[in-house]
Design a protein around this ligand. Sequence first.
Ligand code: CTP
Ligand code: MN
Ligand code: MN
Ligand code: MN
Length: 376
Amino acid sequence: SSVSSDKATQETPSYACQRRTPLHHHNKEIVDALQILALSASFQGSEARYLGFTRAASVLKCLPFTLQSAEEVKDLQFCGGHSKTVIQEILEDRVCREVEMVKNSEHYQSMKVGFKVLTGIFGVGIRTADKWYRDGIRSLSDLNEIEGKLTGEQKAGLLHYTDLQQPVTRDEAERVEQLVKGALQSFVPDVQVTMTGGFRRGKQEGHDVDFLITHPNEEALNGLLRKAVAWLDSKGSILYHHIKGRSHNFARSSTMDGHETCYAIFALPNACPEKSPDAGTIQPDLDKSPPRNWKAVRVDLVVAPYSEYSYALLGWTGSKHFERELRRFSLQVKKMSLNSHGLFDIEKKCHYPATSEEEIFAHLGLLYLTPSERNA
Ligand code: CTP
Ligand code: MN
Ligand code: MN
Ligand code: MN
């Protein structure tokens, strides 16, 4: 076992962007457990513990074998201390008491409900979920009672909670793609639309569907997102949307994303229209509400000017931890600042244009990783 652990150490560089992280790996139980502890830490406001557990989980995703004993992780980076005790307990007892306790705790369960209502729309929302918890809100029905005090997007997240909690399948994502392309192409026939996020990394399901929109002629993009969303809305395909305009005055060196973005909830029509088995006969149950022929699906639409497209593509493909590590590597090792708009060399004070993701990896001196190798 010391041979395999030495080998694992040699094969595991410190930054997640320096290693290939596949979607499927060999240590699912342990990785899932560490990710529950990471989520719980972030619910408690501890960014440091969140990062510790996330890094340990991420390193284990790259292991080319199934762990048999905690001895095998003794030289692995980020897998010591608290993470090591978790790994050891799962290997010995199949479960970790701390993980079971966390999963059953009122705080974790309530935060998950609040967090889901909020991530339905934005992505973070831990502070609001925690405020709700401190206000005594423990469940969806508690949230329904304070509905009048919720913002528009919070109401939408609550209203469509059941659908949004269901994973979006690849088939559904492809049907959303057809809707989005149809709307955009009715205004600009040769607009480029790319599915990003988890689906681009090869996932078979996700919590939403992400798209990046661009065109070689920047003027073709002016007002396009608003027009396409209004068109979809007029056809009844939009349940909720919020458009964040492009911000021109953001600091080029910051990690902030200034692209024009639409956060939406689509009413995605079902694949096959449900036909009554024998139409014409009277339905026996008249009180029954008619079956719904659509599903609420979260959709993110991002518009990037052509010159920034490759940076936006890299930034919106994820995973979140991969992006975080890529930016940390850029800053700490290369003294460069990376975001979805470009790459800035802090010492040379210059920007590096790029026309492909491969070029960006090359600017950073990194081995190119395909989207499916970025599941850190
Ligand atoms: N992202 C971003 N800025 C935001 C929101 C997201 O740059 N305001 C990036 C994230 O860092 C991530 C990618 O866009 O890399 C996709 O985000 P998200 O949809 O939240 O995650 P997925 O990886 O697609 O996971 P899921 O399948 O659950 O949707
Ligand atoms: Mn998100
Ligand atoms: Mn996504
Ligand atoms: Mn998203």
